[in-house]
Design a protein around this ligand. Structure first.
Ligand code: IPE
Ligand code: IPE
Ligand code: MG
Length: 251
């Protein structure tokens, strides 16, 4: 979507210049959403896909360049086998079904996390979707799958240590830029705003490095119920924040 169009779509109480460039979201509360309706937890996950599709479209409409969604954490393997299997199959099916629409909308999809231990068929679908959308010019959509912030930092440390061991890098030269280049999120700007649904006030191992100065917004709404109005509220709240980055304002 081009800038002129997105300005038309943007609610009039949002300031275009103050929009976040990168929004991240912890899509939490699918299980509770289902439980409230006496449905199996997995129905909540299914519903959650629609909420994510709507948010992606909304970000695109409102001129937000990057959306990162937490789909599966390194700790989520500890859930019942049936739920984990359901999620892996769900991801695969959604990717296959949505690829054509992502191409029409110019979405560039990328997966962040350790993908090597995902089911082989899901890995293939992921590689295909990333390759196919690689040259798209629209919104960048990152899906954190088997993602853990601590594991990501360890993974970066190992890479960097190997480079030092091989004499390709000097210890004194290691800096924030080099470190970021070894994270799964290499090349992706840090999130300006992180939204977590379902009321939990924690990061749950999401984007530990990247969120050093990101703003957080927590809503008690459960993820499948998260919609444009809710997102609008989050953005209004974000636009009121004074992002000081540790400094003081000169009067
Ligand atoms: C988030 O919803 C989705 C994933 C972690 C995959 P949950 O499944 O954590 O839902 P609650 O927190 O149990 O309600
Ligand atoms: C975080 O939610 C992970 C995802 C949304 C994918 P969890 O439900 O796994 O987090 P905790 O267990 O409440 O911290
Ligand atoms: Mg949860």
């Amino acid at each position: 979507m081009n800038v002129a169009q997105s300005l038309i779509e943007l609610p009039s109480d949002l300031v275009p210049e103050k929009m976040p460039r990168h929004v991240a979201v912890i899509m939490d509360g699918n299980g509770r959403w289902a439980k409230k309706r006496s449905l199996p937890r997995v129905v909540g996950h299914q519903k959650g896909v629609d909420a994510l599709k709507n948010l992606l479209r909304c970000c695109d409409d409102w001129g937000i360049g990057v959306l990162t969604a937490y789909a599966f954490s390194t700790e989520n393997w500890g859930r019942p086998r049936l739920e984990v299997d359901f999620l892996m199959t769900l991801f695969e099916g959604v990717l296959r079904r949505e690829l054509a629409e992502m191409m029409t909308e110019g979405v560039k999809i990328r997966f962040v996390g350790d993908l090597t231990v995902l089911p082989a068929s899901l890995q293939r679908e992921i590689a295909y979707a990333m390759d196919t959308t690689a040259n798209n010019k629209g919104i960048q959509f990152n899906v954190a799958t088997n993602y853990g912030g601590r594991q990501e930092i360890l993974h970066a440390c190992r890479h960097i240590a190997t480079q030092v061991q091989e004499g390709k890098l000097q210890v004194e030269d290691i800096n924030e830029d080099i470190f970021e280049n070894h994270l799964y999120t290499k090349g992706i700007i840090n999130p300006d705003l992180l939204i977590r649904t379902s009321g939990e006030m924690r990061l749950s191992n999401f984007l530990l490095w990247q969120m050093a100065y990101g703003e957080m917004y927590v809503t008690s709404t459960l993820w499948p119920d998260f919609n444009r109005q809710e997102f609008h509220q989050a953005l209004l709240d974000y636009q009121k924040r004074d992002r000081r980055f540790g400094k003081v304002k000169e009067e």
